[in-house]
Design a protein around this ligand. Structure first.
Ligand code: DX5
Ligand code: ZN
Length: 232
């Protein structure tokens, strides 16, 4: 799997889906034009909430061909990279705040066969990323403090997006930036012009059916905002 930073990809976050009908919800967003399924994995330690683990993901794998993107909000992600890949996950991101040996964690994810991503909380500075650019396949910026769906977008993250985008261009790295938290049709143009290309959206999609309409709007607005900004 290869991620192209020039393509706007919409990644519905299942956190806001109906958990009693997860496979139906996945099928519905796939039919609505989603590109990636975003899975929020929480352990009740790194964030004050608990969700699902590899056995649930493995059961969902058969209902879609879309890539699974596991956002690990857990204290010991190294322990679970293998089980998540075995469950069918294609992209795994780990929080920089939990990882003392970040390159080692990212290498482990790649070794297991998934794309490796690093996630930053809104208050975490981007400077350290300069030294791990060869080790990541995507960078996920949080635009809310993780733990729950439906929180308000933190506007200061727009500056951070622009700074990261500038860093990647300066270093000549075509690494896609994923954005997660409070993203929806209302701010798609703004976040894409600031440099995001993979847009995670939970409540903006699942609380506003029909899914095809909202996903379509985000793609359209994202593509328009990206014009003139795309990588050569
Ligand atoms: C927050 C999660 C997000 C969340 C996004 O901890 O990482 O993926 O589900 O939800 P919305 O789009 O509703 O902010
Ligand atoms: Zn997430």
């Amino acid at each position: 799997m290869v991620l192209d930073p020039n393509r706007i990809l919409i990644a519905p976050s299942l956190l806001s889906a109906d958990f009693s009908r997860l496979s139906d919800e996945i099928i519905a967003v796939e039919e609505g034009g989603a590109d990636i399924i975003h899975l929020d994995i929480m352990d009740g330690h790194f964030v004050p909430n608990i969700t699902v683990g590899p056995p649930v993901i493995a059961r969902l794998r058969d209902c879609t061909r879309l890539p699974f993107d596991a956002h690990l909000m857990i204290e010991d992600p190294d322990k679970y990279a293998g089980p998540f890949v075995d469950a069918g996950v294609n992209m795994i991101s780990v929080h920089i705040e939990t990882q003392v040996h970040l390159q080692r964690s990212l290498a482990l994810i790649r070794e297991k066969g998934a794309l490796a991503g690093v996630v930053l909380n809104p208050a975490t500075p981007i400077q350290g990323l300069r030294y791990i650019l060869d080790d990541v396949d995507f960078i996920l910026l949080m635009s809310v403090n993780p733990g729950f769906g439906g929180q308000a977008f933190i506007p200061a993250v727009l500056d951070k997006l622009r700074d990261l985008s500038a860093m990647l261009r300066q270093e000549r790295k075509r690494i896609p930036i994923e954005l997660d938290g409070g993203v929806g049709p209302g701010n798609t143009a703004e976040v894409v012009s600031a440099g995001a290309s993979i847009l995670v959206a939970g409540s903006a999609i699942f609380n506003h059916p029909p899914y095809r309409d909202v996903i379509g709007r985000m793609k359209e607005e994202g593509k328009m905002a990206q014009g003139g900004f795309a990588y050569a």
